[in-house]
Design a binder for this molecule. Structure first.
Ligand code: PLP
Length: 377
């Protein structure tokens, strides 16, 4: 998809917000614990490279991505710090992993056996860096027991083309209150059992996502690195449930402009299917953003900001455009804020998420490649 620059719709990314959030988190970390910035899915829609560079300036010493290609993108942009691919990479891609010096996640013994064969065949120039993942209750990826982890470590020790670089797990309820806390503790205990049951530990031991880093930082045995994701973008991992220990500054604004403004008489239909009919004479503005931009049809009925006033999205959201009800006539080119501040009023990504009955992570990721990301300080 081509990035559409010749249109007033854009996501403005405030690099200083990313830096400030990261810096605040780095400052809270116990001595010896590092921060790896999670920039998967194009930096949660904020732009992976710009986010990684901002995080680096603020003290991040490594990065996490979800896929091999995302890791390659960072390396090609000149990132020289450790990069961990959080999902599983097939052994058949190992030559690429080694070429780009990426660290990868290992979840099964079968993978190791298969990889040993591949590494031999490709005559790898240096060992591949492996992080063993322990499934302590997320039920997604990882070894299920200390015995399995021990077996994997022994296997790696016997292969000079494999390097054991990390051990980690992932929490599923760190962003919840009481009920989630019991389960969090159960996961932590299981991880602790593995960590303390091994003869020695690798360079990195890590378990904290943003929620764990923000709200469980006092716990022991969480490791020497945190994988900080959503908080870096200024979004509270719990939505509105738990306050963060410092102010999280949202990094993304979504803006556009009205491209046509007209006075419709009473009884006129607006949009496909004529789901909205003007109940009286009304000013209707057209905004060049639609579901192809990730501003999905379910946004019908929500509001955007024009000159500090909430204007309802009326009629169905189209692929490339939508219509809003204006309180009065405004000139073409008047700014429309879909996410962010406008004349003292503010629409948060969390509010969009609540309207869509989802989480802000998903709203950020939905914004398509067509929407240009413009970077500001
Ligand atoms: C996405 C992800 C993170 C970051 O989670 P946030 O909630 O955004 O901080 C950390 N670890 C793993 C394994 C992930 O997949």
């Amino acid at each position: 998809m081509v990035v559409t620059y010749h249109r007033p719709t854009r996501a403005i990314i405030h690099r200083n917000a990313i830096e400030e959030n990261t810096r605040n988190e780095v400052a809270r970390l116990p001595k010896g614990r590092e921060l790896f910035a999670v920039v998967k899915a194009d930096g949660y829609g904020h732009g992976a490279i710009a986010t990684a560079n901002a995080a680096k300036r603020a003290g991040a010493t490594g990065f996490c991505v979800a896929t091999l290609d995302e890791g390659i993108e960072l390396r090609e942009a000149g990132i020289i710090e450790p990069i961990l691919v959080l999902s599983v990479v097939f052994p058949s891609y190992l030559s690429v992993v080694v070429d780009y010096d990426l660290s990868i996640t290992i979840a099964t013994h079968e993978w190791l056996t298969e990889a040993q064969q591949v590494l031999k065949e490709i005559d790898a120039k240096r060992p591949v860096k492996l992080h063993l993942k322990v499934d302590t209750g997320m039920g997604r990826l990882g070894f299920r027991s200390l015995a399995e982890v021990k077996e994997a470590v022994t296997f790696i020790e016997h292969d000079p083309l494999m390097e054991w670089e990390g051990l980690f797990t992932h929490f599923s309820t760190a962003d919840e209150k009481a009920a989630g806390y019991a389960y969090w503790q159960k996961q932590e205990a299981r991880f602790k059992e593995v960590v303390t049951g091994l003869d020695y530990l690798p360079r990195y031991v890590h378990s904290s996502n943003s929620a764990t880093a923000l709200w469980h930082d006092d716990e022991e045995k969480l490791g020497n690195m945190v994988r900080f994701g959503v908080g870096m973008y200024g979004l509270n991992p719990s939505g509105t449930l738990i306050d963060a220990p410092y102010e999280l500054k949202p990094a993304l604004e979504l803006v556009s402009e009205v491209i046509q403004v007209k006075l419709l008489p009473k009884g006129e239909g607006v949009g496909y299917g004529k789901t909205y009919v003007t109940p009286a004479e009304e000013w209707i503005g057209t905004v060049p953003i639609g579901y192809a931009d990730g501003w999905i049809r379910k946004m019908q009925g929500f509001s955007v900001l024009v000159e500090g006033q909430y204007c309802e999205i009326v009629g169905r959201v189209c692929m490339d455009q939508m219509m809003i009800r204006l309180p009065q006539a405004y000139p073409v080119g008047t700014k429309v804020t879909l996410i962010g501040k406008n004349h003292g009023a503010e629409i948060k990504m969390q509010e969009v998420a609540e309207y869509l009955d989802t989480i802000h992570y998903e709203v950020a990721c939905l914004l398509s490649e067509r929407v240009p990301r413009l970077y500001q300080e």
